[in-house]
Design a protein around this ligand. Structure first.
Ligand code: SF4
Length: 502
């Protein structure tokens, strides 16, 4: 049973399971069952999950071309991984292959066109990597008639749209976004294949994958409850725990990690700056005009709170519009939600004038929240709806600005908890499968809610706040699993329907 199934079982079970799990560390907050006694059907929270999170900062914050981490970055990585795997096959076996087929399932198939999944797969098969991909090539790949010659370990292949198969939307694979990669020989005989899963935020895995050998965290935790306890016992600050764990897990030094964080922060800042100057219509089959620049100019003429709200929104819109146009962005936690954290980071750097070290500490607080959400629920719209993308981005951004401002771990948690809680239930319903409507504006709302969560958390009494982060993450998972499939990135429910005229 994985960690997410564990929480699910705990939630859907009766109070009796809570007794079974008495050994699990309890949470600081919550409402005693006795306060609700006599009410029919009351279920209880069995406790924070156990386990150890090993996600690293570089795993989490990936840089790559938009518009979608699960549908663009992960497919590039998957196709590039398949290419590398093929090149390691015995030459005799590889040379029996005449072509490569990429079969897309689930929302990769239903919304892959809008997310440029086909272009991503072709780019990966040509050996491109997300961070360094040739943006000119990515644009060129819009031409569906083009084919490219490539050699894998000395064996020639022709790569183009003929390699892509838009396969079943409904399927029985364990993950919604599944990609079957096949080396096919004469007479359609399969020579080699791998079944890949795009699991959100640009992460991927494949069937039969051996667990990756990496270091163990020196400060093991699997929940916010455990993190809080560990920080108190060891007298460590949030950023020290994240940094020391990352060094141990990745086997690299502090300088290496800090330089990676700087690269992430610079990509975010650049995404705001560059895209605030852009005008025009975004790529796609219907007209969506860029508006970040206009909102920004108008906000500069306003005063007080209106001006700040307008500026903050314009920063998020700018990055999201750039992402929709295929520009480089950071998975934070995904590309669909790539504008929320940069908007808050831009405020921290340019309005609050925070120094680089403070920016890095804030980003590490954001990472903590992201790690918990990814490992104990999901950051994939296809799995839990938009609460897992914009909701998590907003919670991460709230933690980032709160912690960077010098707040305690407890207050930082409260800020993240508030931001996530008020995204619960939000469906994923991209019109036509494009990361345009509602995604772009949703990033601005994620940023505004993050800022509001920061204001509330830093002005209320943290110890009086009843909800904690673990409980809200568990609620997100339960809610996400209950969402019908049409509201989980398929583009076949909600705005994905009502925005389309008959
Ligand atoms: S609606 Fe939300 S979860 Fe869905 S694609 Fe857009 S940003 Fe991502």
């Amino acid at each position: 049973m994985d960690r997410r199934d564990f929480i699910k079982v705990a939630l859907i079970s009766s109070a009796g399971v809570g007794v079974m799990l008495r050994g699990v560390p309890s949470c600081a907050r919550g409402i005693p069952a006795s306060a609700l006694s006599g009410r029919a059907g009351v279920r209880c929270y069995a406790g924070a999950p156990a386990g150890v999170i090993q996600t690293s900062l570089s795993d989490f914050f990936k840089i790559g071309p938009g518009p979608s981490s699960s549908h663009t970055i992960a497919p590039i990585r998957i196709a590039a991984h398949f290419r590398e795997t093929l090149s390691a096959l015995p030459r005799e076996r590889l040379s029996r292959g005449k072509t490569i087929k990429a079969r897309l399932y689930g929302s990769l198939s239903s919304t892959g066109k809008g997310h440029r999944t086909d272009r991503a797969v072709i780019a990966g098969l040509l050996g491109q990597k997300p961070e360094t991909c040739d943006t000119k090539l990515m644009e060129e790949l819009a031409d569906e008639t083009r084919t490219y010659a490539t050699a894998i370990n000395g064996v020639d292949f022709t790569i183009g749209r003929q390699n892509i198969v838009w396969d079943r939307i409904e399927h029985d694979f364990p993950f919604v976004n599944t990609l079957g990669m096949h080396l096919v020989g004469d007479g359609d005989v399969e020579i080699f294949s791998l079944e890949y899963y795009s699991t959100g935020g640009g992460f991927f895995q494949w069937k039969g994958q051996e667990p990756e050998v990496r270091g163990k965290p020196v400060h093991p935790y699997g929940s916010m409850t455990a993190f809080r306890r560990l920080a108190a016992e060891r007298g460590k600050a949030l950023h020290e725990i994240i940094l020391e764990n990352d060094m141990a897990v990745m086997g690299v030094d502090e300088k290496n990690i800090l330089s990676r964080l700087d690269q992430v922060l610079e990509t975010m800042d650049d995404g705001v700056r560059r895209n605030l100057d852009e005008e025009g219509v975004l790529p796609g089959p219907f007209e969506v005009h860029r508006k970040a620049g206009r909102i920004h100019r108008q906000a500069l003429k306003m005063k007080g709170g209106d001006s700040f709200m307008g500026l903050l929104s314009s920063y998020a819109l700018a990055v999201s519009e750039g992402n929709a146009a295929g520009r480089l962005a950071v998975t934070a936690p995904t590309l669909g939600s790539a504008g929320t954290i940069p908007a808050i980071a831009y405020v921290m750097r340019h309005h609050l004038k925070y120094p680089q070290d403070t920016m890095r500490r804030g980003l590490m607080a954001a990472a903590l929240v992201g790690f918990l959400c990814k490992n104990n629920a999901s950051v994939a719209g296809a799995e839990v709806g938009c609460q897992g993308e914009i909701g998590v981005a907003s919670a991460m951004a709230a933690a980032m600005i709160t912690y960077a401002g010098g707040a305690s771990l407890e207050t930082t948690e409260v800020a993240a908890t508030i931001a996530l809680e008020h995204h619960l239930g939000m469906s994923c319903d991209p019109v036509g499968g494009f990361v345009l409507i509602p995604c772009i504006e949703r990033n601005a709302f994620g940023a505004v809610k993050a800022y509001n969560a920061y204001l509330i958390a830093t002005n209320e009494i943290a110890s009086q706040h009843l909800e904690d982060l673990d409980r809200v993450i568990a609620a997100m998972l339960e809610t996400g699993k209950a969402l019908p499939q049409a509201y989980r990135e398929m583009g076949t429910g909600g705005l994905g329907v009502t925005m389309v005229d008959c």
